[in-house]
Design a protein around this ligand. Structure first.
Ligand code: IPM
Ligand code: MG
Length: 386
């Protein structure tokens, strides 16, 4: 398969971790007979410095010519003083809306290799979990192109008051809910809608829409939680959750919380899609060959640009590498390849390789490695793996 991939390495540790993801992708391509064509493009702080804007129009146009976008991280303290519309983060928001990627999948699971890195006690991890054993495996489905991130905002003339607006249309809510149900159907068939319907009118619309769509999915157990309660439940009994569907801002906050439970934010990938994920392999024709057109998606680690780690060879590239695996699965429908890459990451961890953020928890011998060495460990596991 020929895959054209836009690459925005971005700021801070972005280029370091994306560099590893690209090397691993190339090795995977050699192994499975795919060719990845990359178009490296500027956005974020780098584009502000070079072109005075966080998302040059040419970058967005070039991304649209590709099948998928692999993104590092955007932002850094040197750009913090800029007005909102010129900040690096604006580039990210414009990419998301410009590509129409309204559904953001943020999986968070406790890997056995990193179980001891989770700050929760075993009894908390066992409470409500699917098999009664300590652990969790949840997916946050975050609405990504609406809500308060994109609503009207402003200041009064004297600057003494400011406002941001949470606005959702029924259509925006329904399409992300449908994506959540599609994801839940391929998992443990539980879906929790998280909102603040005791206060917010927009949340009440979420509940109305969800109650309707739930009727179409009698095989999936639908529940509702207020976001404050959900924040508490995540650290009280994370094992109770399967799929969480929520708004843009609530999803942003809850996914950072969930990431801490996995041991390190340096482990968590994400996929932002312009369509409902049909699930791994489901788009394939009967002959097993990839049948359908690639689906546009942005694949990025959920961590930021980590300016303090930049250039120190301490950044964990696994979130970027796992994001590349999500790209194989969702944009290119290459499920065996995605699974092989994820297995290679687990194998590197099994072999004891640890970047500093995940070190000291295995209870066995560990090898503390840098960004490049961790990438090399995954590469080796990929080459020697099944
Ligand atoms: C994320 C980030 C972004 C967001 C920032 C950088 C704009 O926190 O992807 O979670 O809030 O969406
Ligand atoms: Mg965030």
């Amino acid at each position: 398969m020929n895959c054209s991939v836009a690459v925005i390495p971005g700021d801070g540790i972005g280029p370091e971790v994306i560099g590893q993801a690209v090397e691993v992708l190339d090795a995977l391509g050699d192994k499975f007979g795919h060719v990845f064509h990359y178009a490296e493009l500027p956005a974020g702080g780098r584009a502000i410095d070079a072109a005075g804007t966080p998302l040059p129009p040419e970058t967005l146009e070039a991304v649209k010519q590709c099948h998928a976008l692999l993104l590092g991280a955007l932002g850094g303290p040197q750009w913090d003083g800029l007005p909102g519309h010129l900040r690096p983060e604006r580039g990210l928001l414009d990419l998301r809306s410009g590509l129409g990627v309204f559904v953001n999948l943020r999986p968070a699971a406790l890997l056995p290799q990193l179980a001891a890195a989770c700050p929760l006690k075993d009894e908390v991890l066992a409470a409500g979990s699917a098999d009664g054993k300590p652990g969790f495996d949840l997916l946050i489905v975050r609405e990504l192109t609406g809500g308060i991130y994109f609503g009207d905002r402003g200041r009064s003339e004297d600057g003494a008051s400011a406002f941001d607006t949470e606005r959702y249309s029924r259509l925006e809510i329904e399409r992300v809910l449908r994506a959540g149900y599609a994801a839940a159907a391929g998992r443990r068939k539980k879906l929790c809608v998280v909102d603040k319907a005791n206060v917010l009118e927009s949340s009440r619309l979420w509940r109305e829409a969800a109650a309707e769509i739930a009727k179409e999915h009698p095989d999936i157990e639908t529940s509702f939680l207020y976001v404050d309660n959900c924040a508490m439940q995540l650290i009280r009994a994370p094992g109770q959750f399967d799929v969480i569907v929520t708004s843009n801002m609530f999803g942003d906050i809850l996914s950072d919380e969930a990431s801490v439970l996995t041991g390190s934010i340096g482990m968590l990938p994400s996929a932002s899609l312009a369509g409902i994920p049909t699930g791994a392999g489901k788009r394939r024709g009967a002959g097993g060959s990839a049948g359908a057109e690639p689906v546009m998606g942005i694949y990025e680690p959920i961590h930021g640009s980590a300016p303090d780690l930049t250039g120190t060879d301490r950044a964990n590239p696994l979130a970027a590498i796992l994001s590349a695996a999500m790209m194989l699965r969702y944009s290119f429908d290459l499920e065996p390849e995605a699974a092989a890459l994820e297995a290679a990451v687990r194998a590197a961890l099994d072999a004891g390789f640890r970047t500093p953020d995940i070190a000291g928890h295995s209870g066995g011998p560990e090898q503390i490695v840098g960004t490049g060495e961790m990438g090399a460990a995954v590469l080796k596991a990929l080459e020697t793996g099944e």
